[in-house]
Design a protein. Structure first.
Length: 159
C-alpha cells in the first residue's frame, strides 16, 4: 500500500488504484485482496473460457437439472453420482421400490440434513425413509411395531 491511505497498488497490473477497486479480504493486514477487481475479473474470465465444464458446474444460474442433482448429492451427502447409482441400482434397500429414492444416512453420526459421507447407509424410497425417520432409527421400536402388526392382523390381505 502506498502512503496515501485510499490508494493501493495492484499485485498483478502494478497500478495504483483506489481502495474501492479491491475486493475485501479479512485475512490480510490491509483488509483487501492484493489484486484489483479488474484483474480478478480478467483472470476469472480467462479461466472460465478455458474450463467451460468448471463454469457450467459451478454457475448456479446455468445448472441443468442433472448437474444440480449431482451438486446436491455432494453438498448434502458427500457422495458422487457414481456412488449414488451404485447404491440405487436395486431400488429401495427395504422394499425394492424405485419411486422417489432418497439417500439415507445415520443421523447419530451427522445430525441434521447433511452427511459427512461415511455415514451414508443406503437408498430408501420416500415411504420407507419417512417411516424410518418417524421411528428415530430405533431398532427396538421398529421390531415392536413389526411384531404388533404381525400379531394384530384382522385377516385382511396385506403386502
Amino acid at each position: 500500500m502506498t502512503n496515501a491511505t485510499n490508494i493501493k497498488t495492484c499485485g498483478h497490473c502494478h497500478k495504483d488504484k483506489d481502495r474501492v477497486d479491491f475486493y475485501p479480504n479479512s485475512k490480510t493486514r490491509s483488509g483487501l485482496r492484493s489484486v484489483c477487481k479488474d484483474c480478478e475479473k480478467e483472470k476469472n474470465k480467462s479461466y472460465y473460457s478455458t474450463n467451460p465444464d468448471y463454469w457450467r458446474m459451478y454457475n448456479r444460474d446455468n445448472l441443468s437439472p442433472e448437474d444440480s442433482f449431482v451438486r446436491g448429492l455432494w453438498a448434502k451427502y458427500r457422495i458422487s453420482m457414481e456412488r449414488y447409482i451404485d447404491l440405487s441400482k436395486n431400488g429401495c434397500n427395504v422394499c425394492g421400490s424405485f419411486e422417489r429414492l432418497s439417500v439415507d444416512h445415520d443421523h447419530g453420526c451427522c445430525a441434521g440434513r447433511k452427511s459427512c459421507g461415511k455415514c451414508v447407509r443406503g437408498i430408501l424410497c420416500h415411504k420407507c425413509n419417512v417411516a424410518e425417520g418417524m421411528m428415530d432409527s430405533d431398532l427396538d421400536r421398529i421390531i415392536l411395531l413389526a411384531n404388533y402388526l404381525r400379531n394384530n392382523s384382522i385377516g385382511v390381505e396385506t403386502k
